[in-house]
Design a protein around this ligand. Sequence first.
Ligand SMILES: [Zn+2]
Length: 312
Amino acid sequence: MAHLINSKSWLDDNKVDLNDKIKQNLLPHALLLKGYALAGQDELAVWLANKLLCADNHGFDACGQCKSCLLVKSASHPDIQIIDNGDKTIGVDLVRLASQFFQKTAQLSQNKVVIIKSSENMTEAAANALLKTLEEPTQNSFLLLSCNDVDLLLPTIISRCSQIQIQPPVGQELAKLVDDKSLLHDFTNINQFAELTDDFTKQAYLEFNEQLILWLQNFQQGSQLITLFNNNNQSLRWFVDCFQQLLRMQSGWQDALANHPLKVLQDNYSNEQLWQCLQLSMQANKQIKLLTQANKNFTIEALLVDIEQRLQ
Ligand SMILES: [Zn+2]
């Protein structure tokens, strides 16, 4: 089970802001809650949904005791729909259901809420279906899109939502939040929030690095590495990170990266080789976000062939 940071206190400012908007009747119909994976966009969406459905609208948080609050807790409130497909794509059918849900009147609460988690995983058809909903908002309906990578959303979706940026702490403040310090180094940044704060992602990160190091040492078992690419959305970022870290080690930062799993490879390549690999992996990382699964596999395979040629 993933270990999440319990109190994401940096969400407090966002909550104050949303609370003010509700009080002034200025809360937009469509909100895009964006940040790095696990930064708290899902929690904030659920907090807001709770508040919008709660029968007692005087407090800062939902009361937690009224019928609405109890039904939300037991996942059986009729006026909220949560689309949560994990890492998988969100198809047009799910989005159509949400749109139909908005057409009905609320049954119990004043408001109706739809939350779409990891909304960056919507297919193009799904996003286009959602656009219609965004263009014709129904009364007292609130659409909350939580998003881990805003680059993957259609610009037309983004432009029709009011955006809320979630910004977890960085540097020393971030380090304080991390229970297991073994992955921290001098170049740790907010990009790594997911693997630093979530046990499941951390295990996937370590497994990926282990397989990557094996592959870089003899260029065998590429298919196992490709499986890991397919299993985790973060893996191409980790691949890019690998060449960044190796370049840093070559530039005299070995001490700062003393605990880094890639340290075993630090003397294997020239600066020029690593630089070329970094460029190739960054290009692939940009490209791949816009591709279908079949083309993704092809791009990853081609990338591994290119990298192998550069490093041999
Ligand atoms: Zn309540």
